[in-house]
Design a protein around this ligand. Structure first.
Ligand SMILES: Cc1cc2nc3c(=O)[nH]c(=O)nc-3n(C[C@H](O)[C@H](O)[C@H](O)COP(=O)(O)OP(=O)(O)OC[C@H]3O[C@@H](n4cnc5c(N)ncnc54)[C@H](O)[C@@H]3O)c2cc1C
Length: 401
């Protein structure tokens, strides 16, 4: 293999490029990114950058010297516009064509938007700087969507003295991801601070004056942030023959086709640890999958390793640290094993079938939850691990007590 192309110059793409070099690959390594900036980190965009605690430079993932040390054919500010696997070429929007022997797709996701006047989204450095500059005390911010991103932005805006309204279509924010009871705890954090959280409301349009709800009501705002999820950046792969369906569909090795791998937010792969297809939008997964894809691309077919991680994410809201390991969606049961939900300081374990498949901690030291990682990685039995120590059983939605 003498020519490898990585498309997407962010967490996953950078990790892939670094791993290729670390593993001894010394051929041509092209890194294509449509943003004009060197790779930077996104989690601080909705935290320290939005709060004006960090300047943009601090988000840069590698120094110019470190990037130069990778000896990259670096193509920034230009999008990949097409893929021809039969010819093994990637077409770029500037009209050029890059040949490859191996390819890693790491194009991430873009925000979903609402019809109408647009409003803010929060994915890039430009998005975050634009919103930060508008969050002055007394300004009315409407955040559409109370997922992790919307909740973090609402928390920062509240701290900056904005008048914040958070609009959410579900009855309990995040219930689908973390369960109703844990979702209610996270919800309380907004209400306790006077953030106007309204659940069960659907926004149909962003207008010049604010947002329009499905029942016709206008919720007035000076600024609107639309945080309603994201779409994988796969449009440029249309006609390539790769299977795309809510992400680039991959096998357990993160392979989408022979010598073509995908990593990070854009990859939907089969995680053998859970026996499920998943697409994970978490920072740690992007780096880990970038590394795994690079190793598998270089390995002989029989030496490849399945990518079977225990996913991890964190979120910071109102000074509250939320951390989770595993796969929480589609759980059958949640049980609090340390602390109390009512105190907003607790550790909850998640069951799917007979196994421990997830753990989530709020306001606990990292070491308290880290030990659960192993239980999830080894598919520990729920009855032996959790049921004996649970303080309060939490019955998830749809399951009778
Ligand atoms: C505001 C914010 C806060 C977050 N906070 C957390 C957090 O607290 N905890 C956590 O675990 N995760 C968090 N995340 C998620 C985390 O940042 C992502 O999981 C991670 O950035 C994914 O990395 P990636 O490289 O897969 O994709 P991305 O970071 O999306 O990078 C993909 C890159 O590819 C580029 N690209 C797209 N299409 C093309 C193309 N056709 N040609 C060339 N380039 C292309 C994109 O512009 C982008 O630069 C947060 C994300 C955001 C936006």
């Amino acid at each position: 293999m003498r020519r490898i192309v990585v498309v997407g110059a962010s967490a996953a793409g950078l990790a892939a490029a670094e791993t290729l070099r670390r593993e001894g690959y010394d051929g041509t390594l092209t890194l294509v990114g449509d943003e004009p900036l060197a790779p930077y980190d996104r989690p601080p965009l909705s935290k320290q950058l939005l709060a004006a605690e960090w300047e943009p430079e601090r988000l840069t993932l590698r120094s110019p010297d470190d990037l130069a040390g990778l000896d990259l054919d670096l193509r920034l500010g230009v999008a990949a516009s097409g893929l021809q696997p039969a010819d093994r070429t990637v077409e770029l929007a500037d009209g050029s064509t890059v040949p490859y022997d191996g390819l890693i797709l790491a194009t991430g996701v873009r925000p979903r938007r609402l019809p109408g006047a647009g409003g803010h989204v929060l994915r890039t450095l430009d998005d975050a700087v634009r919103l930060r500059d508008r969050l002055t005390p007394g300004r009315r911010l409407v955040v559409v969507g109370a997922g992790f991103l919307g909740a973090e932005a609402a928390a920062v805006a509240w701290r900056l003295g904005c008048e914040v309204t958070l609009l959410e279509p579900a009855p309990v924010p995040l219930a689908h991801a973390v369960g109703t009871e844990v979702g209610e705890v996270l919800t309380r954090a907004h209400l306790d601070r006077g953030v106007n959280l309204r659940c069960g409301v659907t926004v149909t349009e962003v207008t010049g004056e604010g947002v329009r709800l499905a029942d016709g009501e206008l919720v007035e705002a000076d600024e609107v942030l639309v945080a309603i999820g994201s779409l994988p950046n796969t449009d440029w792969l249309d006609g390539s023959g790769l299977t795309v369906g809510d992400g680039v569909v991959c096998d357990e090795y993160s392979a989408a086709a022979p010598n073509v791998y995908a990593a990070g937010d854009v990859a939907r792969w089969h995680n053998p640890l859970f026996g499920l297809p998943m697409r994970i939008e978490h920072r740690t997964n992007a780096a880990e999958q970038g590394m795994a894809a690079a190793r598998n691309l270089l390995a002989a077919p029989q030496a490849r390793k399945p990518f079977a991680p225990v996913p991890y994410f964190w979120s910071d809201q109102y000074g509250m640290k939320i951390q989770a390991y595993g796969y929480l969606r589609g759980h059958d049961e949640v049980a609090v094993v340390e602390g109390e939900l009512t105190e907003g300081r607790f550790l909850a374990a998640y069951r799917r079938g007979e196994k421990v498949t997830g753990a989530l901690a709020v306001g606990m030291p990292p070491k308290a939850i880290r030990q659960w990682r192993q239980a999830i990685a080894t598919g520990a039995d729920w009855d032996g691990t959790v049921a004996s120590r649970s303080r309060a059983e939490v019955v998830p939605e749809g399951v009778s007590a």
